[in-house]
Structure formats: structure tokens, C-alpha cells
Ligand binder design. Structure first.
Ligand code: F6R
Length: 234
């Protein structure tokens, strides 16, 4: 379903700006897009992409970096101009410089047409972690203990999970024309409930998506298990 939405976006606007996510949720979507590309149904030569985030301290050659993930799961298998693909530079130690550079890129692309998102078990989007305020622009974030342990499955041990990351800010995400989120499994149920049914609050960063006019959630039954259907009495 999500691959259909992305395919439609690219077919209707071949130079679309796609906001891309990493993690386990979009892997099937990327595999489906590769399949369509190989069948000649999709052309990515004019597509521009901007990723949500990157671990600080991991270079593009590190197998757990998001730059590596994107090459391995998508870019290496389709014809796309690499200079049109953007990911924060995890090796840049000057945080301010990197965040400004990334925000300039997002602006120069004219904003995102379709933003793909996952959701963290703690309600994060990108690496916008629960905190006291919504942060607008790209910023450097200290990863929460919950995120470090959720992402430890991709590393040999939790000690190896980087403690910081660059992430696109809430404004970069919200300015996308359309936002599509994938949420799968019981581990996401509380976050999905808080996102949809709770107040819009920076302690649940995904709750800001309630304010977006074109937000689509694609979720399985387990992820939706705590969201109760509205009854006539409600
Ligand atoms: C990844 C990202 C994160 C993930 C989220 C869910 O680029 O921005 O917000 O989308 O942590 O991760 P998975 O899909 O592995 O459950």
C-alpha cells in the first residue's frame, strides 16, 4: 500500500522530493519499489531524496549508518543520481554547521512532497525524542535510553549504539505535503494510541501529526490494538 503511494507520487511528478526513513518498518516498501524499478514500471532518475536522520559518529561506510542502510536497501538497486540523495553527515563534529547545511538542503529542494515515517515505541519521529518542546529545525539529539535499547537489535551490543544523532526537525517533517507512516507490531501500540488519541504534546513527538492535513497511517492490527473504534456514545 505504501509502495503504491510512493509509486503514484513518482509517476505523477518524476522529480518528486521523497523524505525517507530507515529502520525495519520501510524495508518491505523499498524492496517493492526496487521490484517495480526492475520491471521498468518506475523511473527514479529525476527523484530527489532527503533522509530523516543519521547517527553521529558513524561514517557512510559503517554498516549501521543510515547512509549504508539507504545504499544497501534502495539506492544500489535503482538508477538514481547520488548527488540528489541527502543524508546528514554523521562524521561532522560541528553540530551547528551540519544542521544549518541540512536545513539549507531541505529549503533548496523546495520542501518534501511525500515523507515516509516510522514511529519509535516512545513516540519519536525521525529522532525527535520526547522532550519539553518541539524542535523546529535539524538538530543534534541525545538519544533516549528507550531508543538506544530499541535500536540495540541492529548492533552487537547496546554499548555500540551511538548516543547522539542528527535529525530533521519537526518543521521539516510537518512541511511535507503528504506524510505516510508505517507502524507494525504490538511494540508500537501505545505510541500509536498516544499519537492519535492523546493531546498534541512534545512528550509524544508524533502527536504533532494530528495537525497535518494529509497524514496517512498504515498500520497492522497489533499496532492499532489500543485504538478503540469510536462508538455512537462517544
Ligand atoms: C529512522 C527513524 C526512526 C524510525 C523509528 C522506528 O530513520 O527516523 O524514527 O522510523 O525508530 O524504527 P523501526 O522501523 O525500526 O521500528
Amino acid at each position: 500500500m505504501v509502495a503504491n503511494m510512493i509509486a503514484a507520487q513518482v509517476l505523477l511528478k518524476p522529480d518528486s522530493v521523497l523524505g525517507l526513513a530507515t529502520g525495519s518498518s520501510p524495508i518491505g516498501v523499498y524492496a517493492d519499489l526496487i521490484d517495480r524499478y526492475q520491471k521498468g514500471e518506475l523511473d527514479f532518475t529525476q527523484v530527489r531524496t532527503v533522509n530523516l536522520d543519521e547517527y553521529i559518529g558513524l561514517g557512510a561506510d559503517h554498516p549501521q549508518s543510515y547512509a549504508w542502510y539507504m545504499r544497501h536497501n534502495l539506492f544500489d538497486h535503482i538508477r538514481i543520481d547520488r548527488s540528489n540523495t541527502h543524508i546528514p553527515n554523521g562524521l561532522e563534529t560541528d553540530c551547528q554547521k551540519e544542521c544549518k547545511r541540512y536545513d539549507r538542503i531541505i529549503r533548496s529542494l523546495g520542501g518534501v512532497d511525500l515523507q515516509l515515517l516510522g514511529i519509535g515505541p516512545n513516540g519519536h519521529i525521525g529522532f525527535n525524542e520526547p522532550c519539553g518542546e518541539f524542535v523546529r529545525g535539524t538538530h543534534c539529539v541525545d538519544l533516549s535510553d528507550a531508543t538506544i535499547s530499541a535500536n540495540a537489535r541492529f548492533f552487537e551490543s547496546p554499548d555500540q549504539v551511538p548516543r547522539q544523532a542528527y535529525t530533521m526537525g519537526i518543521m521539516g517533517i510537518l512541511q511535507a505535503k503528504r506524510i505516510v507512516m508505517i507502524a507494525m507490531g504490538r511494540g508500537k501500540a501505545q505510541a500509536v494510541r498516544d499519537m492519535i488519541c492523546g493531546p498534541v504534546h512534545p512528550e509524544v513527538p508524533a502527536s504533532i501529526l494530528q495537525l497535518h492535513s494529509d497524514f496517512i497511517l498504515v498500520a497492522d492490527e497489533e499496532a492499532l490494538s489500543l485504538v478503540h473504534p469510536v462508538s455512537e456514545d462517544d
